[in-house]
Design a protein around this ligand. Structure first.
Ligand SMILES: *[C@@H]1O[C@H](CO)[C@@H](O)[C@H](O)[C@H]1NC(C)=O
Ligand SMILES: [Zn+2]
Length: 308
């Protein structure tokens, strides 16, 4: 082999190895289903101290009470909804800035950008992994785009919805999977959703109990910009539906068997477990309200007067 051919071969392999930035992948599980190699995604994914996902436990959490969430236009079907195979998930984008969320302890109004699924949940609750996790990704309305918001701490709010396996299929997930058949083999491909999908239908009924913490995006570059909400009530999905997600192919033409990132350490962060906001002061705290104390004092005084 002469130098010219050798140089050409080297050039060829250099070219083949020069991958675009988004060509990262999830580690493939072994034949026993266990993932042994951790992701090596570089940068903040490897060095960050406020990364996601994490294991959520009440034992590690502090109690919180926030105002109720307000979901603006969440009941409207997503307009011109397309399902896209991103190579890492299937995603529905939202272009209507009126679809937004506020309250729930969020520092302002956050606009819905997109929704996507992870098969195998990313967050675990007390070490237990769920069948699916839906991420509703929002950016703070004070920033023009999600791209601008990822540079700011708490610029992004992600709502995480967990799905447990149950006997009944989920009709909204069925719509996603039905459309996924058209895009599952081709990364970057989009197809119109084969029906109406309202983000509201993908939320659990109980939206007052959730975990809240400051973390990151769970895909490269793992920006530490996310105020996380993971609802504790999960939604049912059938085993067959969970299995169907695994038939979606990634950019290498392989089945995307699962697409959850490994658990990250909590480090010095506070994990909050939020429950019902005691707006009307009906809890034990109301016993200390000034008006009630006045009534009690008056009763005591009149009782005293009667006893005399
Ligand atoms: C939501 O769940 C929490 C925790 O289980 C419970 O305390 C609360 O009463 C529930 N709220 C509603 C509206 O069901
Ligand atoms: Zn996600």
């Amino acid at each position: 082999m002469n130098y010219f051919v050798a140089a050409q071969l080297i050039a060829f392999f250099l070219l083949v190895d020069t991958r675009p930035d988004d060509e990262w992948h999830y580690p493939t599980p072994g034949s026993n289903g266990i993932i042994s190699e951790p992701e090596t995604w570089g940068g903040q994914c490897d060095n960050g101290r406020r990364q996601s996902p994490i294991d959520l436990t009440q034992a590690a959490a502090v109690r919180g009470e926030f105002a109720p969430f307000q979901f603006n236009n969440y009941k409207l079907p997503i307009r011109q909804a397309q399902l896209v195979n991103t190579g890492h998930s299937v995603q529905v984008n939202n272009a209507d800035p009126a679809v937004s969320v506020q309250g729930g302890g969020l520092p302002g109004r956050f606009v819905l950008d997109q929704m996507h699924f992870h098969w195998g949940s990313e967050h675990t609750i007390g070490g237990v992994r769920y069948g699916l996790e839906l991420h509703l990704v929002h950016h703070d309305a004070r920033y023009p785009t999600l791209g601008d918001a990822v540079a700011a701490r708490n610029g992004v709010a992600v709502l995480g919805v967990l799905f447990h396996v149950s006997a009944q299929p989920n009709m909204h997930v069925a719509l996603i999977l039905d459309t996924a058949k058209d895009v599952r083999m081709e990364v970057g491909k989009g197809a119109p959703l084969k029906g109406k999908l309202s983000p509201y239908n993908l939320l659990p009924q109980n939206r007052t109990a959730y975990f809240r913490y400051e973390g990151s995006l769970t895909t490269p570059a793992c920006a530490e910009a996310v105020l996380w909400t993971v609802f504790t009530e999960s939604i049912g999905v059938s085993l067959e539906q969970v299995e169907q997600f695994k038939a979606i192919h990634d950019q290498t033409g392989q089945e995307l068997v699962n697409n959850f990132r490994s658990l990250q350490p909590l480090n010095a962060r506070a994990l909050v477990y939020a429950t019902e906001w005691d707006q009307l002061g009906r809890g034990p705290a109301s016993l200390c309200q000034p008006r009630l104390l006045t009534v009690l004092a008056a009763l005591l005084l009149s009782a005293k007067a009667l006893l005399r």
